[in-house]
Write a protein that binds this ligand. Structure first.
Ligand code: SF4
Ligand code: MSK
Length: 645
């Protein structure tokens, strides 16, 4: 249980409390100072390249440039309303949108496939073991795998095989669709949105968008929803659940966030990317005594592994590893001059890290054939050799400590305490504590539902996605979160949005002092922060499970819940896949960056209103964060009014 506020806390003004957080201006000042240092060593940053790319190509921004065949490229202009084949702006923008969703679904799902293969290779003596047997057994039973009297690894291998079949099975739809409410399952069936094998939906989407196939915008939007669902209830859900089985289901733990987690007197090793198979091993290797001793022999106090982007989320919530920051912080860590190595696996890795690390002593290690990058050291990483690979990587970082150039070092001091690791199980366990003080009996959604019904909590928002130089980076994340919690709206956060919260201090328990009275009471009763860290991008599948279970317990459809999604600064194709499965689940999704379909009135209508007629939800787009947050609050209040609460 959380503690009541002390007398001091009760009498501290909101202004004083706000001083405990790192402001956007402080974050920007740190970045500016680091960018000045980049200039001094002739290194280029995203800000320099961004200037050279501005203004952006209007055809690309509007989604009306097509190059899917070599008769083109074709652009839609006032004097050319169709491409050479006759495709109009709706077809061109729609095809591009579906291709984005497809690339996103393929990326999450290929990540999942790797993890399924690792589960298949798991063994008691091997590098990868089963850490959450109970979750494995529950999943085995759900999938009708015999568990009685069997070795746990035999069960794991059969579950892994079934998981792998989800990618290519010739018949049937995704197994995890059954985790949605009955209403959703029926709707997906009726609307032909229930995804078949993941690879089938990816292939069909690419087939549909090949020259000379689908030209109807609505059909392209419908397939975007379907391929999105193949990600959300296929690839992402498999990835999340299999990771929990292999590495343990996360639990609440304390850590810190922002560049101040780098240490002057330690070997700083950054893990960046998405796949926990890689980062888990590096973290474990860094704890081995001989490597720690080697670091001391080299003059360091030890090895400081810190995370970046979604890898930060993965290792923070399972090990408490500290988090250096989000997507646009990846160059900043190098610019501190204090990083011996940045090692990466897949997704969201700037190719710029190659030339940038050349300006410093930092070693840049890539590990996956999926993400080979010029001017990196490529060290392939496999399940059989994982421990040796990881030890080699750590040893290389340690050896590099003596090459640090102290004249180039500047570590900004800002860092904030953060509570991380709130998967579905932990959230419901904590929220059940609002009315149930018997720890061992907790596990019901009723108290959470009752808190929303009574208005103590007005609702919940899932804030997800990247940060993006098209807007003021992190500003929207931080300002929207502050405004929502001040209005008694609980936040669950993943990905780089969660990292923005960590950098500012909003994942810390002090954030309760800037909440509305209702949310603050909940936070104090159960000892949670008002922004709950739920994990990486693939863990948005956890959010889908949470809303489906709450809707099921409440006895309403998901569309009726005062729960919405928000991606204020999204940038990646994965975000398009995510937004599609969130909307397909019946959850309104508020976007702060416009999808690149503005040149098609039909597409704009379809993604904001058209999907509502199919799934009951759509996008609400506003590039002004203050207006965006106001529309979120209004949307939640409208849903409450419709429910009569
Ligand atoms: Fe042009 Fe049609 Fe080819 Fe696209 S598919 S490049 S619009 S001819
Ligand atoms: S890492 S997809 S920048 S959230 Fe998942 Fe961050 Fe967006 Fe990559």
């Amino acid at each position: 249980m959380g503690s009541a506020p002390t007398m001091v806390e009760q009498h501290t003004s909101r202004e004083d409390i706000l001083k405990r957080f790192t402001t956007i201006e402080q974050l920007e000042a740190d970045t500016e100072k680091l960018h000045e240092m980049a200039c001094a060593v002739c290194a280029e940053t995203w800000a320099d390249r961004g200037k050279k790319q501005t203004p952006h190509c209007k055809f690309g921004e509007d989604g009306v440039c097509c190059r899917v065949c070599s008769m083109g490229p074709c652009r839609i202009t006032p004097k050319a309303s169709r491409g050479i084949c006759g495709a109009d702006e709706h077809t061109i923008a729609g095809r591009h949108y579906l291709r984005m969703a497809t690339a996103g679904a393929a990326s999450h799902s290929d990540h999942a496939r790797e993890i399924a293969h690792v589960l298949r290779e798991s063994s008691p003596e091997g590098n990868f073991k089963i850490r959450d047997e109970a979750k494995l057994i529950r999943l085995a039973k759900e999938w009708n795998v015999e568990t009685e009297g069997r070795d746990i690894y035999d069960v794991a291998h059969e579950v892994a095989d079934l998981g792998l079949m989800e990618f290519g099975k010739p018949f049937g739809t995704q197994r995890f669709l059954k985790r949605a409410t009955k209403e959703r399952q029926e709707l997906w069936e009726k609307e032909d949105l229930a995804p078949r094998a993941i690879d089938r939906e990816v292939s069909t989407s690419l087939h549909m968008t090949h020259m000379g196939n689908t030209a109807e915008a609505e059909a392209l939007v419908r397939q975007s929803l379907k391929v999105g669902l193949a990600d959300g209830y296929g690839g992402s859900m498999i990835s999340t659940l299999f990771s929990d089985i292999l590495f343990g289901t996360p639990t609440a733990r304390s850590t810190e966030g922002n560049l101040g987690v780098l240490e002057h007197d330690m070997v700083n090793l950054i893990v960046h990317g998405h796949d926990p198979v890689f980062s888990e091993m590096v973290v474990l290797a860094s704890e081995e005594k001989d490597l720690q001793d080697l670091a001391k022999k080299k003059g360091a106090k030890g090895i400081n592994v810190v995370g970046l982007c979604c890898t930060a989320n993965e290792v923070a919530m399972r090990h408490g590893v500290r988090m250096a920051g989000n997507f646009l912080q990846q160059e900043n860590v190098i610019l501190t001059g204090a990083v011996e190595m940045i090692c990466v696996d897949v997704q969201c890795i700037f190719p710029a890290l190659g030339p940038l690390t050349d300006c410093y002593h930092t070693k840049f290690v890539t590990s996956s054939p999926v993400a080979k990058i010029p001017r990196s050291i490529y060290m392939p990483f496999g399940p059989d050799t994982a421990r040796e690979n990881a030890r080699e990587i750590v040893r290389m970082a340690v050896d590099n400590f003596e090459n640090r150039d102290l004249g180039k070092v500047f570590i900004p001091e800002h860092k904030q305490p953060a509570s991380v690791g709130y998967p579905t199980e932990q959230i419901i366990y904590e929220l059940d504590g609002v009315t149930n003080s018997h720890v061992e009996e907790r596990g019901s959604y009723r108290p959470a539902i009752d808190s929303i019904k009574s208005g103590v909590l007005r609702g919940a928002v899932a804030i997800v996605g990247c940060n993006n130089p098209r807007v003021r980076p992190d500003f929207s994340h931080i300002e929207i979160m502050k405004e929502l919690i001040a209005n008694d709206i609980l936040i669950v956060a993943t990905g780089c949005a969660a990292q923005a919260a960590a950098k500012s201090g909003l994942l810390g328990k002090d954030a309760k002092f800037i909440c509305g009275a209702g949310l603050r009471r909940v936070c104090e009763l159960v000892g949670i922060p008002p922004v709950l860290h739920m994990g990486a991008c693939v863990d948005i599948s956890r959010m889908m499970l949470l809303v489906n279970e709450i809707a099921g317990d409440w006895g309403v459809d998901v569309t009726q819940l005062p729960i919405v999604g928000c991606a204020p600064e999204w940038m990646s194709e994965k975000a398009v896949a995510i937004a599609n499965y969130v909307v397909a689940t019946g959850i309104d999704t508020y976007l702060g960056i416009e999808p690149q379909v503005k040149g098609s009135a039909q597409m704009m209508e379809l993604i904001t209103e058209g999907t509502r007629k199919i799934t009951g939800a759509g996008y609400i787009i506003n590039t002004d964060p203050r207006e965006l947050v106001k529309s979120i609050i209004d949307g939640i209040e409208r849903k409450r009014a419709a429910l009569g609460i």
